[in-house]
Design a protein around this ligand. Sequence first.
Ligand SMILES: N[C@@H](CCC(=O)N[C@@H](CS)C(=O)NCC(=O)O)C(=O)O
Length: 235
Amino acid sequence: MTAPLRLFELVLADGRSASPYVWRIRYALAHKGLPFESVPVGFTDIPGIGGGRFKTVPILEHGTTMLAESWDIAAYLDATFQARPLFSAPAEVAMVRLFESWLLTEIVRRIVGIYLLDVHDAARPADRAYFRQSREARFSGKRLEEIVAGREQRLPALRETFAPMRLHLAKSRFLGGDTPNYADYIALGTFQWIASVGTLPLLARDDAVLHAWLERGLALPGGDGADPRLRPLFG
Ligand SMILES: N[C@@H](CCC(=O)N[C@@H](CS)C(=O)NCC(=O)O)C(=O)O
């Protein structure tokens, strides 16, 4: 009998799990058919977990093991529970890492400039001052309101940047092919994040290819697609 898995995850004022990195692990656990206990935390609770060893969530606890960093957690899950692997070969890991690099540099960078204030506003009240101070420090002291100012004008460029995903998903049910792989979980995690906080729809109403993929992705095990707290992603 193996010890239970506990997943420390970031929650918002409405209790919804918000972190894109946690969402990857939620999908990964469901992919592997592993039940887990959720430990909801706010930004300001993280320094109190595991004797102050961790700076970010997700954090996974399994018996006496506790680890952070979503890639390390994914590797730990595959090494510890070999059934239903997340990755079939090292070459797949490399390609998914390439996809993640694209997503972070091209998509997430733009998302931050559009949704940072929404994350603040959706956070637990106790976390808001920390969130504002830490994020404004990353932007040389610029206020969150200034960072997102004029965001509607930047939305078309962000939507256009999804072009490689549209091209691929026009021919393939998932980024991973006929069935989802970790690239899907990474991308879906990003959409789960924005669907948790966004007050401006990320995608255009007529974005049929991404719409169909997202419907499939939110309905996957671990996807939580029927959560009434989800905000519109299309508009
Ligand atoms: N490289 C980390 C990144 C995780 C991360 O950035 N998590 C954010 C939430 S989305 C966090 O915990 N931030 C804590 C903070 O800002 O204090 C991973 O892959 O797990």
